[in-house]
Structure formats: C-alpha cells, structure tokens
Design a binder for this molecule. Structure first.
Ligand SMILES: [Zn+2]
Ligand SMILES: [Zn+2]
Length: 186
C-alpha cells in the first residue's frame, strides 16, 4: 500500500449558509489522502501514465475551494470528482474539508420571547472516503473501477455497441477488468 498525502492545505473561502460566511469568508483546512498502491490490482495501459503529484492535488483543491458552496459535503464531492477525472489509477481516496471557527447559532425558547444564542466551535468538518478496487465479474481478478462516468473504461470507444449490449446483459452494468474488456474491443 502506498499513499500520497497532502495534509493541512489552508484556504480562505466563502462556503456556508450564513451571510457572514459568504461575505467575510472563513478559514479552511483541507486534507487529501490518495491510496496509490495499484500493484495488487490489474493495471491497464491507461492507468500507468498518471502519477498523483502534489501540485495537481493542490490545484484541484484550490479550484474547488474557490467555488462558494452552501455545504461542505458539496466541496468534498467536488474535490473527489476532480481527482477521479485527473487520476484514473487511484485505489482509494479520502478527503476532509474542515471549517475553522464556524459560527453556530442556536435558538432557545425562554417562555414569552425567543432569545437567540450565538456560539462558536473550533471546527466543523466533513470527510468522505471511497475505495475503487472491484472484482471483475468475468475473470474474478481485482481491478480498479470508479463506478461512474470518470472511470477509465468509459474512454474505451472501440467496443461495438452490440457487444456492449451483450456484456451488459451478461455482467450487468458493473465494469469488467482491462484484460477482459480488451477481448471484446477492436
Ligand atoms: Zn476480468
Ligand atoms: Zn469502470
């Protein structure tokens, strides 16, 4: 298992539901962990070329952080989607987006009138972890599949539509490994 990790990236960004967060912004810390250990999974030609590098990971986070979102969940999934598009050979990924000193507003009913109580916390964060190792439904070998439109297999355009239809009937919508897919391509 090999990991490429970029921890503690700091940004000033404008995510959040409160006006203050959207106007003044907040401090954020972003952590990205990429499991690059693909030696156990069948490597296809298209996976061999892309090595995960820090500069690109940082740039992906920068772009995602620059786009204001109401929820941290949306920021996390933006980063993961961009990572999948950029790096087709990841075995897994974990992304954490942490908002520092988030404003937290509570409402307390004190009899006759409502009184707003304001507070603060050190941080609020959202984390998502995804694993991409699958078992090929045809040969049972382990291989990498992103299970969406960012998967490397979607770039294989030389499979006849009729063949694809047969494959879908036989193996469902889950991907086959590169070796098996090659048998049907061309
Ligand atoms: Zn296979
Ligand atoms: Zn796939």
């Amino acid at each position: 298992m090999a990991w490429v990790v970029l921890e503690g990236m700091r940004f000033h960004a404008f995510h959040g539901v409160y006006e203050a967060e959207q106007v003044l912004g907040s401090e954020y810390i972003v952590d990205v962990y990429v499991d690059t250990g693909i030696q156990n999974a069948a490597k296809t030609d298209s996976l061999a070329a892309t090595e995960v590098n820090y500069e690109t990971v940082f740039h992906i986070c920068l772009v995602a952080m620059a786009k204001p979102r109401k929820l941290l969940e949306a920021v996390v999934s933006d980063i993961i989607a961009k990572m999948k598009r950029q790096f087709p050979g990841m075995k897994g990924i974990k992304v954490r987006v942490k908002k520092m000193n988030p404003p937290i507003y509570g409402n307390m009913n004190l009899g006759e009138k409502h009184q707003a109580i304001g507070g603060r916390a050190d941080s609020a964060w959202v984390e998502d972890e995804q694993k991409f190792v699958s078992d090929c439904p045809r040969c049972k070998q382990k291989f990498l599949c992103y299970k969406d439109e960012t998967c490397w297999c979607k770039a294989l355009t030389n499979i006849h539509p009729a063949t694809l239809e047969t494959l879908t009937r036989q193996f469902g919508t889950s991907c086959l490994c590169g070796t098996c897919l090659k048998l049907y391509a061309g």
